[in-house]
Every structure is written in structure tokens, then in C-alpha cells.
Design a protein around this ligand. Structure first.
Ligand code: CP
Ligand code: NVA
Length: 309
């Protein structure tokens, strides 16, 4: 049997993603009041080692995977990409074959999405996407968990994505296509979600509106989401700042959303750029619940990849 990778939400049936979310909710609920280091009772990853590879910096992804794997009874091996032979020309394919002889799964934050795909193609153990230039599926599983905790079932929500149509936005498109809900994307014309991703979503019946007006997107929405204007793989910072200025999430914009709407951001955030401090630190912001939910969502993703419950 080929390994069960977790590469993109587009590759899964909605029901499978829903099962993963249910498992995340159950594990989160069962941990209430326990210390962060307490192991899950049945320690399902006992005897398993997961390699964590980072070709880009990370705070949340690294710590949440390290902690989640330990809570599940497994062990982690942090592999810094700059110390690996990949940096001296060893192929990703050979790296995948070698790592598969040592570890039980690989989580990678890859510089290029194609590297993730090549790793997955040649690994004989599960590979998990911990962000690429094209997508961030673990983040969006945590986001949906957060959204449903605060405002209710995804299928009943209108989510406004405001800003850069980047890797995180792409995973949102994948998620609503597979699991329902309305998504409104407000991006500058030249920084929209890739047309091929939008085409795929439309063919698969997604309810997605594309606009260049943040106000139109946010009007009556139950959730407003944004992300950094300059992602880790972007080089044209000045141009992006100019284009994205009209897409700042501020109090005036939030007023257009539903009265009890939430604000989400995958973090790290840049106060005064994509979001004002007033919104980021205000009562509608659920960004730290969102960060915590990376832990719960990823534990469920790991169990899914290992075929465990
Ligand atoms: N949101 C997120 O993936 O954060 P890190 O870059 O800190 O991992
Ligand atoms: N879009 C951002 C997300 C960071 C978690 C980036 O790729 O840098």
C-alpha cells in the first residue's frame, strides 16, 4: 500500500477531512486541564519517529508538531535543511529514499511545492506538507477547527479572505471546495489565487466569489481572514506593500462584517500592515486559539497518516 501522505486538502474527500477534524476536536476536548507534556493515554505513536525538515523558518509549525508528536507518544527528529546534503546537490528523491529507511514519517516545510511532491513520490513513509510556496493545508485544518468553535459549522459560514491570494488562501479554496461554506476572495488583481486553482474549485462546485473590493468581500461575513503581505518566498516587498495597502483589515472594515464575526490570521502578523493592532488585539480576534489549534489538528492528521485512531 502506498503511504498516506497529507499534501493538499484538494486530494481528500470532504468526509475524510471531516473525520480528521472530529478526531482533532475529540483529542482537544479530552486534554482539557492536562499539562502540555502529558501523553495521550494510549500513546498511539509509541515507537514511531517523525522527521521534521525546515527549508524555511517556523515557530508554530515546528513547536506544534514537536509537542503533538510527543503527546501522542512518538519522537521527533529535527533536520535542518541547511545541514543536509540536499544543499550540496543530493537529490530530493534520494533524500526521500534514505529518510524512509530511518523514520516513520516526514513533515516538511519546503521552499518549493515541487520539492514536496518529489519527496512524497519517492518516500515510502507518509509525508506531511508543513507549508510550501503554494499551500498550507495543516494551517487551514486548524483554521476550520477554530472557525467552527467560534461561529459554527463551516457549511453555514461566509469567509472573507482579504489580501494576498497566497499559499494560505489557496488551501482555504481547497477546504471550502471539499467541505462547503462560502468563500469571498478580495485580492489585488495581480495577486489573486491562481486561476487554475479557482478553475478547479468551480469545476468541483465551490461557492467562491472573487472581487477586488475588501468591503464587498467582508459585507456580512462571519469570518475575516488575512495574512502577511510578503510571504517567505516573495521578493518584491515594496510593490506588494503598494498593491496591498487598500486591503488592510482595520476596524472600519470589520464593522462591515457580521456583528459577531471573528478575525483570523495564521501568524506571524505585522501590525500596521495587513491588520491594525486594534483588530489583531481586539475582541473579535481569535488568532491565538487558531495557533493552538495547529496542535490539535496536526495530531489528528498524524493519526490519519498512520492509519490510527
Ligand atoms: N502559521 C505558521 O505556519 O506559522 P510558522 O511559520 O511560525 O510555522
Ligand atoms: N503566507 C505566509 C504564511 C506563513 C505561515 C508565508 O508563506 O510566509
Amino acid at each position: 500500500m502506498p503511504p498516506q501522505h497529507f499534501l493538499d486538502l484538494s486530494e481528500f474527500e470532504g468526509a475524510t477531512l471531516r473525520n480528521i477534524l472530529n478526531s482533532a476536536k475529540a483529542m482537544k476536548g479530552a486534554r482539557a486541564g492536562q499539562s502540555r507534556g502529558a501523553r495521550e493515554l494510549h500513546a498511539p505513536l509509541n515507537g514511531k519517529i517523525v522527521a521534521l525538515i525546515f527549508q524555511r523558518p517556523s515557530t508554530r509549525t515546528r513547536v506544534s508538531f514537536e509537542v503533538g508528536i510527543r503527546q501522542l507518544g512518538g519522537e521527533t527528529l529535527l533536520v535542518s535543511a541547511s545541514d543536509m546534503q540536499i544543499g550540496r546537490g543530493e537529490t530530493i528523491a534520494d533524500t526521500a529514499r534514505v529518510l524512509s529507511r530511518f523514520v516513520d514519517a516526514i513533515m516538511i516545510r519546503a521552499q518549493h511545492h515541487d520539492d514536496l511532491l518529489e519527496l512524497a513520490q519517492h518516500a515510502t513513509v507518509p509525508v506531511i506538507n508543513g507549508l510550501t510556496d503554494k499551500s498550507h493545508p495543516c494551517q487551514i485544518m486548524a483554521d476550520i477547527l477554530t472557525l467552527e468553535e467560534h461561529v459554527g459549522p463551516l457549511a453555514e459560514q461566509t469567509i472573507a479572505w482579504v489580501g494576498d491570494g497566497n499559499n494560505v488562501a489557496t488551501s482555504f479554496v481547497h477546504a471550502v471546495t471539499r467541505m462547503g461554506g462560502k468563500l469571498r476572495l478580495a485580492c489585488p488583481q495581480s495577486l489573486g489565487v491562481s486561476p487554475s486553482v479557482l478553475q478547479w474549485a468551480r469545476v468541483n462546485g465551490a461557492d467562491i466569489t472573487v472581487t477586488s473590493s475588501a468591503e464587498v468581500a467582508v459585507n456580512g461575513a462571519s469570518c475575516v481572514v488575512t495574512d502577511a503581505w510578503v510571504s517567505m518566498h516573495d521578493r518584491d516587498a515594496a510593490n506588494r506593500h503598494n498593491l496591498l495597502k487598500p486591503f488592510q483589515v482595520n476596524a472600519a472594515l470589520m464593522k462591515r462584517a457580521a456583528r459577531d464575526a471573528i478575525f483570523m490570521h495564521c501568524l506571524p502578523a505585522h501590525r500596521g500592515e495587513e491588520v491594525t493592532a486594534e483588530v489583531m488585539d481586539g475582541p473579535q480576534s481569535v488568532v491565538f486559539d487558531e495557533a493552538e489549534n495547529r496542535l490539535h489538528a496536526q495530531k489528528a492528521i498524524l493519526l490519519h497518516c498512520f492509519g490510527l485512531k
